[in-house]
Design a protein around this ligand. Structure first.
Ligand code: GCW
Length: 714
């Protein structure tokens, strides 16, 4: 007994910081460390009044008081009347006494934007949190709490914030059996078996977390879909989830299996031009809306990787999408049709196929169809150029699809902060309408004046206690939401916010931890796929390197298809002398990449087949530069480990050890990537790994023999 007490008593002494398992995400609401700031903030928050009687208003009152009391160590309870130094929250309807300056600003904030203003109301000094809807007020509330949590002064506030993207949506690749495709954080959080009766507390915490960063929609099911979810018993479960998410402003979408009319409808065909099929979908949509009146609509993966679709009946993607769009349009629903389409039968360079398929369909989709395009033309690689569809379909609203789960970016064993990658794509210039037609301006609708805009993120959320497997995976969920709300935010700012809320606002900690995060994506590119290499991961599970694989079920699932290593050199020639994928881009973009000597080196092997001895900009031979980058990638991970080790005094033991262990795994994996790839490419280059580097201590045969039959997410 005594012994046990001793051990328990020792733990807090270890760091002086209380143990945490990561479940609370960035919403921990721990007491603000700096006493002066706490005192200062307390003066501005003597009470809280939330107007309105809706479920959302109750959530606001609860969140605000829990947050404030936790952060300031106070015991404020929601009051009916306002007083001096109160926070007052509401809409122009629920709070008619709202100051006119705030009301004026709300003219321009739409249904989701908010205003936070230090003002006077009924003769009292107050901070007003206002929006045109309760959900907008909720977003304002979370923003206010973020200010407190990130140690900003709340004394004189004048904030107006409006989301730049309308639909900010998570895509769960969650199967109804709870297996998550490309999920590395346990099982699906949707416990279908116990729904609708049992409401897991996680659903509420998921909703809170999403709303706190402005995510307003979610697709519950995998794009490789199962028609079962559209049957009556499952729709009852979906309805329950929608009921939990609704007060947090989150609309539910489902994936629609194109062959559902056959599988669950008993029809002989799913031909989109068949009137019985059309009728079946209309009736199905009516049924779904009877369960979920604000149902968002369907996300569809069709005629891709074995999924059924309109082409099974000789129809095109627009005919398929429009049929579903007609079914949901009476209810205000939309269809998000994915452009991730490529075919085994087509010998065309895989990265060209989506454009070839969809570009001719520009202008023929219904108004309530959006085309959802992955950030790059291939498949969520560590670095890809932006998809040529961005800027090429002016008449069709294009939604961005980012991947948050790190399928090709170290899964849940590697710390890789993705905001710099998202940002790189968003800031890329498509040259669609002269200069500065960024991808961001395409997807936020501003370039072509589209009314509807969307950004989707393939979720990295699972049943693990810390939600995302790797604690730093939380930062990617966070960053996705923040960028979907405002793509002008910088990755540094977002990292800073996340770190402060997740750990501490200590300046030394922040500088070092931010440094780790900001360097991490570039490091991953270097130890996995430097200079434009791509898709050389293990086949199927995509875990680790396997550039040698050449026996996958279809040509374009083989790494050798992508790197094209031979005695002459390395890389995929996509210039006009090769597959000419560059012809799918605007001339300004094409010019940037077409000529080998001027092509930015981070994309070199994406666009060119480059001789091993080719002289790089720094004078090194291509092979030597390849070695240099692989080695520097590993060095970066080693440096990340060292930097993290120095942060022990700032982090509780549980989370500190979690990250420490995973960084050690990351280093091993980085070395594995480096050595396996270089040993393999060396069989073509026949050039030595420069002696100044530590030499691989395993053979290529060893690396080739590694098998991972139970790698997660597959
Ligand atoms: O990245 C690939 C994944 C598949 C996924 C597919 C897609 C859901 O390896 O698992 O399927 O993309 O985006 O449809």
């Amino acid at each position: 007994m005594k012994k046990l007490f001793l051990i328990v008593a020792c733990i807090p002494l270890f760091t002086g910081v209380r143990a945490e398992n990561g479940y609370d995400l960035w919403m921990r609401y721990h007491r603000i460390e700096r006493a002066s700031l706490r005192t200062d903030s307390k003066r501005c928050i003597e009470g809280v009044t939330v107007h309105g009687g809706t479920a959302t208003a109750r959530i606001i009152a609860h969140e605000l008081t829990t947050g404030v009391n936790g952060l300031l160590g106070t015991a404020v309870t929601p009051a009916d009347r306002i007083g001096d130094n109160f926070i007052v929250a509401g809409t122009p309807v629920s709070m008619p006494a709202m100051p006119s300056s705030v009301k004026d600003k709300l003219q321009h904030t739409g249904g989701e934007g908010f205003v936070i203003e230090s003002s006077t109301m009924q003769g009292k000094h107050v901070t007003v949190i206002a929006g045109n809807t309760d959900v907008a007020v909720l977003y304002g509330t979370f923003h206010y709490l973020r200010l407190l949590q990130t140690a900003r002064s709340i004394r004189r506030l004048a904030i107006v914030s409006v989301p730049r993207i309308d639909i900010r949506i998570l895509n769960h690749w969650d199967n109804v059996n709870r297996h998550v495709e490309r999920g590395y954080a346990g099982q699906s959080i949707w416990d279908w078996h116990r729904l609708p009766g049992y409401i897991d507390r996680r659903y509420v915490d998921y909703a809170r977390a999403c709303a706190s960063v402005g995510i307003n929609a979610t697709v519950l099911t995998n794009v490789n879909s199962n028609a079962l979810v559209m049957t009556a018993p499952y729709l009852e479960k979906v309805a329950e989830l929608a009921n939990v998410l609704r007060p947090y402003g989150i609309r539910v979408f489902l994936t629609a299996r194109f062959s559902a009319p056959i599988e669950i409808g008993g029809l002989k065909t799913a031909d989109p031009l068949d009137t019985l099929v059309q009728q079946w979908w209309r009736t199905k949509a009516d049924e779904i809306y009877s369960h979920v009146p604000d149902f968002g609509g369907f996300l569809v993966k069709a005629n891709s990787e074995g999924q059924p679709g309109p082409q099974n009946y000789g129809r095109n993607h627009a005919e398929g999408a429009n049929m579903l769009a007609d079914a949901v349009s009476p209810h205000g629903g939309i269809v998000m049709w994915r452009a991730f389409v490529y075919s085994n039968e087509t010998p065309e360079d895989r990265v060209k196929q989506a454009y070839s398929e969809f570009k001719p369909l520009d202008g023929v989709f219904r108004k309530n169809v959006m085309l959802q395009v992955k950030n790059g033309p291939l498949d969520f690689q560590p670095r890809e150029p932006f998809s040529p569809l961005f800027g090429a379909m002016p008449k069709t609203p294009l939604a961005m699809e980012f991947q948050i789960t790190q399928e090709y970016l170290g899964q849940a064993t590697n710390l890789v902060y993705l905001a710099p990658m998202y940002k790189e794509v968003l800031d890329a210039d498509t040259h669609a309408k002269g200069n500065r037609s960024t991808v961001a301006s395409v997807i936020d609708g501003s370039l072509e004046g589209h009314e509807r805009s969307a950004m989707a993120g393939v979720s990295n959320i699972g049943s693990d206690i810390n939600w995302t497997g790797h604690l730093f995976g939380q930062a990617n969920w966070y960053a996705f939401g923040r960028l979907a709300w405002d793509h002008a935010l910088s990755p540094e700012t977002i990292a800073d916010e996340w770190l402060k809320q997740t750990f501490t606002d200590d300046a030394t900690f922040l500088t070092k931890a931010k440094h780790i995060m900001m360097a991490s994506r570039d490091a991953a590119v270097r130890y996995m796929t430097p200079m434009g290499l791509h898709h050389i991961m293990g086949t199927g599970h995509h875990y680790g390197p396997a550039p040698w694989v050449n026996d996958a079920g279809r040509a374009d699932w083989n790494p050798v298809y992508y790197h094209k290593a031979d005695a002459q050199g390395l890389g995929f020639n996509r210039s006009s002398t090769g597959s000419d994928a560059l012809a799918q881009y605007a001339p300004g973009v094409r010019a940037r990449f077409e000529i080998l000597s001027s092509c930015p080196e981070e994309y070199l092997l994406w666009f060119h087949h480059v001789p091993w001895g080719y002289t790089m900009k720094n004078g090194a031979a291509m092979w030597d530069e390849l070695c240099a980058r692989y080695y520097s990638g590993v060095d970066s991970v080693r440096s990340m480990r060292q930097q993290w080790a120095a942060l022990r005094p700032y982090v509780d033991e549980e989370r500190f050890e979690h990250v420490t262990m995973l960084l050690a795994v990351q280093e091993q994996e980085a070395v594995w990537w480096r050595d396996a790839c270089l040993l393999y490419f060396q069989t073509f280059s026949k050039m030595p790994i420069p002696v100044r580097y530590e030499q691989p201590d395993r053979t290529l045969e060893y690396y080739r023999s590694l098998k991972f039959p139970y790698a997660p997410g597959n």
